[in-house]
Design a protein around this ligand. Structure first.
Ligand code: HEM
Length: 416
């Protein structure tokens, strides 16, 4: 039997990415019989993948690689050039071990405690403020948390500048014009700052504790036995602190969830298992990463579609988290769906799928869950606040998305 692989009829669909946003891939793939769909983006023939089978293929490193999978504009802002995101094979595995070695149970516990400490500090500050925009404040809270956890010294007078630069790197990669250019400058400034610290650690001018990210990045040796170039070590250390600041988006979405689903609050404040499920549901339900890219390693046929060597492939991250074939009532916010969840490697993929060691799945997934649990527990147990009238809706067209108001709170107080 011949099966026709569905494709877009138009010559190019680059503009449709901006029009359809997070629904660009789901809209195309999920209404068809296969998990693959062909389109054209920026003049290239692109295979869109969705569904669990699509995710399995995307994370099959014998068939997909990451060389040239990311546009220059993303490398010059969000990720940095030649970092772990662009590596393959043994070199990638070796670099990944470095990241994974930082995620010990003790380090994760410490991250929970540091996060809670800063929530307490910020609560004191917020109780004197008329109005608090959670998104803005949580970015600074997390910049302090991230630097302390990673062993990066942060002078009081530079906190705001560093927070702004780390956030601009995240938000500017998809922007055009001045916002994008500012994002590039933010990366340059941040790399120069962190590179200087790496050199100081190497020269013994800055004390760093073994096990802390700054120490491990500074001392790491590549497969050839040589230390990383200082700029490369800086790029990888930024790959720890930048995404920790990005968790502010999930915190802001979580605050909206606590407001929109008030029945969740008591259990989040008291029940550890529920707190975990609530954090997982925030990561599944709300839009963050829309899709990810890889390149085809060699010609092969899958689900009757002929993949061609070096062809760009995009996996439907947001769509799989909302796929009705995977999740019951996917558009309902329901933490309890995780009671029976089997911990699949290819269904809950807000931070990528597959194995941590074998592929590119985010090594910061457990730190993210730790920070979210510390934050939601603190908010429900120790924070009293009013939510003035505002628009905290979010758009599925704007990528990355965020509640419009940034979540405004007033009358913030500590509660025992
Ligand atoms: C990779 C998302 C937090 C470090 C990734 C990937 C995604 C992602 C989608 C790519 C997976 C792939 O290419 O297949 C997120 C989101 C976060 C988050 C949404 C929370 C807001 C973190 C944190 C850290 C981190 C807290 C570090 C502490 C990394 C690194 C990679 C990565 C180093 C590259 C892994 C590799 O290429 O092997 N993340 N992440 N991320 N993430 Fe995260």
């Amino acid at each position: 039997m011949t099966v026709n692989v569905p494709k877009d009829k138009t010559i190019d669909n680059t503009l449709a990415i901006f029009k359809d946003g997070y629904n660009f891939i789901p809209k195309r793939v999920q209404n068809h019989h296969l998990d693959v769909y062909e389109t054209r983006v920026l003049g290239e023939k692109v295979a869109l993948l969705s569904g669990i089978e699509g995710a399995k293929l995307f994370y099959d490193t014998t068939r997909m690689n990451r060389k040239n999978a990311l546009p220059k504009r993303v490398l010059k802002t969000l990720f940095g050039e030649n970092g772990i995101q662009t590596m393959d094979g043994e070199a990638h595995k070796h670099r990944k071990l470095l990241f994974m070695s930082l995620m010990t149970p003790e380090a994760l516990q410490e991250l929970y405690e540091i996060t809670t400490k800063y929530w307490a500090h910020f609560t004191k500050k917020w109780s004197k403020m008329k109005k608090v925009t959670l998104y803005d404040e949580s970015r600074e809270l997390l910049c302090r948390t991230a630097c302390e956890w990673a062993g990066v010294p942060l002078k009081e007078k530079e906190v705001q500048k560093r927070t702004r630069d780390l956030s601009n790197m995240i938000d500017g990669f998809s922007a055009i014009g001045p916002k994008h250019m500012e994002s590039r400058r933010a990366r340059k400034r941040t790399e120069a700052w962190i590179e200087e610290l790496i050199l100081k650690v190497r020269e013994g001018e800055l004390e760093a504790e073994k096990g802390k990210a700054i120490y491990e990045m500074a001392m790491h040796k590549d497969l050839d036995g040589r230390p990383l170039d200082a700029r490369m070590a800086a790029i990888e250390l930024i790959n720890i602190i930048r995404p920790l600041v990005a968790i502010s988006k999930f915190i802001t979405f979580g605050a909206v969830a606590l407001q929109e689903y008030p029945e969740t609050n008591t259990r989040v404040s008291l029940d550890d298992e529920y707190l975990f499920m609530f954090s997982q549901e925030v990561r599944r339900f709300y839009p963050f990463v829309p899709f990810l890219g890889a390149r085809v390693d060699h010609d092969f046929t899958w689900q009757q579609y002929n993949f061609e060597k070096d062809q760009l492939v995009l996996i439907d991250v947001y769509g799989i988290n909302h796929d009705p074939k995977v999740w019951e009532n996917p558009d309902e916010f329901n933490p309890e769906r995780f009671v029976d969840w089997d911990g699949g490697l290819f269904d809950l993929i807000p931070q990528g799928g597959g194995g941590y060691y074998s592929g590119h799945r985010c090594p910061g997934e457990w730190p993210t869950i730790e920070v979210l649990q510390a934050s939601f527990r603190y908010m429900t147990k120790h924070l009293d606040y009013d939510v003035p009238k505002q628009d905290y809706s979010y758009s599925l067209r704007k990528m990355p998305s965020l509640p419009k108001s940034g979540f405004i709170m007033s009358n913030v107080h500590y509660k025992n």
